[in-house]
Design a protein around this ligand. Structure first.
Ligand SMILES: Cc1cc2nc3c(=O)[nH]c(=O)nc-3n(C[C@H](O)[C@H](O)[C@H](O)COP(=O)(O)OP(=O)(O)OC[C@H]3O[C@@H](n4cnc5c(N)ncnc54)[C@H](O)[C@@H]3O)c2cc1C
Length: 508
């Protein structure tokens, strides 16, 4: 049993059951799940910025795609025999259904309100040009639509149909240019910043102590086996110690340094490589109005998977907007608000060889990122014109998005210093601390990833908690793909609870 009460220690120290570092979507999700499972546990959160959801989870710092593998071409690969491997797409879709069920539970219980402030239904489309790409898209479509998870997807290479679906993209194109797209209406645009803020409001209502402007500067295990954190008040500069039995390092790009400070053996030989993002945002309402979808294209040769170009309708601050990108780039910072020394100070004796090996292997990626940083606005406009041939420079502005720190580690398949594009949960053997590294598929899979943290860190409680987890996520432990009746039920109830069936939502 964890410590019951929050005790103010005589020297200004506090002792709690759980400390969450960082107020992004991951800590928000873990805190909310834990509060449902064990309301009596005391939880404290330390966030170095002045609000929740200000880093990668902020609506302007990520693309807001509810990643369900409905449009992202990099989640399906072509096998040597020409068939299309959809296993990753299935896994990502199933994970997104877990998030949708949890968010519905929160709305149904009145724990968060107004779901349209964080999620909207929006068609998800994949768009390709050229015969070879069209052939792949068609085979991909055929493979996906055999699976119940992807029912409702359409394919077309008919310019008239495409004109109906994406007039802004089709206008001004030569009609003999081979072009094709898939479309599925049940995609989503998710405002992860709004969701993070809603979840933190809810947590504060449940007496979770959220300390903003407090930076965790160090952490170590004390003689009682508890985790002891040094936390600095960003205004006064005062440092206090806070202890907890369980710590979640949800610092986004800040997690690697904190994991290294914890000294746990599981955190050794791991490095991080930051990739920054830039979007172009449309400032002309007449152009914004002509598009209504997330349209994903194909990544350029040499580009990392997270810089697949896409043209997205977004709903931010209750306003419809249009973003294109992300262009990748390089900055040594691990957080948008981080330090230029982040990359250098993340190199430690235990990961230096791993980092050097990655450096040697990833020269083409480094070169690509540097080229991306050097692009002028007009060169970026040229890339946009591959989507919108008539795009005018004066209608578009640049916005800097969040930083993604890709994990570098030694793997059997890739050898020393392999760059990873997924998410990694690192936990101590005794489950007393967990850290989340990496950023893809990201916020969309927060619920599944946090359930994984819970399973790894609280194995002694998982049986007792299972009925409550099933109440929150009816498909927990089951494959929806293999249970089409349950899938239908889940789709219909989540659409209802999250208001995704209303076609005519006001957004202006
Ligand atoms: C360009 C871009 C596009 C993306 N697009 C998508 C998308 O379309 N769909 C999707 O699902 N995901 C997307 N992602 C990924 C998604 O944004 C992230 O996976 C997710 O937001 C990470 O949440 P987090 O809580 O781990 O981190 P963050 O939101 O970054 O939060 C971490 C918090 O920890 C705080 N912190 C750090 N260090 C400390 C410390 N020492 N002490 C106290 N506080 C600290 C930070 O200030 C920050 O508030 C995208 C990311 C980027 C960068």
């Amino acid at each position: 049993m964890l410590v019951k009460r929050l005790i103010k220690m005589s020297n200004g120290e506090t002792k709690t059951d759980v400390i969450l570092i960082g107020a992004g979507i991951m800590s928000a999700t873990l805190g909310t799940i834990l509060k449902e499972l064990v309301p009596e546990w005391e939880i404290k959160v330390f966030e170095k910025l002045e609000n929740a959801g200000e880093e990668s989870s902020n609506e302007w710092n990520n693309a807001g795609t509810g990643h369900a593998a409905l449009c992202e071409l990099n989640y399906t690969t072509e096998k040597p025999d020409g068939s299309v491997d959809i296993s990753k797409a299935i896994s990502i879709n199933e994970q997104f259904q877990v998030s949708m069920q949890f968010w519905s539970y929160l709305v149904n219980r009145g724990l968060i309100q107004n779901p349209q402030e964080f999620i909207r239904q929006l068609p998800h489309m994949s768009l390709v040009q050229g015969e070879q790409n069209i052939s792949f898209l068609k085979r991909r479509f055929e493979a996906l639509t055999k699976n119940p998870l992807f029912q409702g997807m359409e394919f077309s290479e008919d310019p008239e149909k495409l004109m109906e679906w994406i007039p802004l993209i089709m206008e001004g194109r030569k009609w003999n240019e081979p072009i094709a797209a898939t479309k599925i209406d049940t995609g989503t645009d998710v405002n992860f910043g709004a969701l993070t803020r809603m979840l933190f409001n809810h947590l504060e209502n449940k007496n979770v102590d959220v300390k903003y402007n407090h930076s965790v500067t160090d952490l170590k295990r004390n003689s009682e086996g508890l985790w002891e954190l040094k936390v600095q008040n960003q205004f006064s500069g005062n440092v206090k110690r806070h202890t907890a039995k369980f710590v979640f390092i949800g610092g986004g790009g800040g997690s690697l340094h904190l994991l290294q400070k914890s000294g746990i053996p599981e955190g050794k030989n791991i490095g991080g490589f930051p990739v920054s993002g830039i979007f172009m945002v449309c400032n002309n309402p007449a152009v914004v109005e002509q598009h209504h979808a997330k349209v994903y294209g194909k990544a350029k040769v040499g580009a990392p998977p997270m810089s697949v170009p896409h043209l997205d309708t977004r709903f931010i601050d209750n306003k419809k907007t249009l973003l294109f990108g992300p262009f990748a780039g390089f900055s040594p910072k691990f957080l948008k608000t981080g330090s230029m020394l982040d990359l250098v100070t993340s190199v430690k004796p235990n990961n230096v060889l791993t980092m050097l090996a990655a450096g040697a292997k990833e020269m083409p990626l480094t070169k690509y990122l540097i080229q991306q940083v050097m692009l002028s606005k007009e060169q970026r406009m040229e890339e946009l014109r591959e989507f919108i041939p008539s795009a005018k420079s004066e209608d578009w502005d640049l916005v800097v998005a969040g930083q993604r720190v890709q994990v570098i580690k030694d793997t059997e398949a890739g050898g020393k210093g392999t760059l990873q594009f997924g998410t990694e949960v690192i936990t101590a053997a005794d489950g007393s601390i967990a850290a989340l590294l990496g950023a893809s598929p990201g916020a969309s899979t927060a619920v599944q990833v946090m359930l994984q943290v819970i399973k790894k860190c609280f194995p002694e409680h998982i049986n007792e908690w299972e009925p409550k987890i099933k109440e929150m996520i009816p498909s927990y432990g089951m494959s929806l793909m293999k249970n089409p009746d349950l899938l239908r039920e889940v789709h219909s109830s989540t659409e209802q609870s999250l208001g995704l069936t209303e076609k005519e939502l006001a957004y202006n």
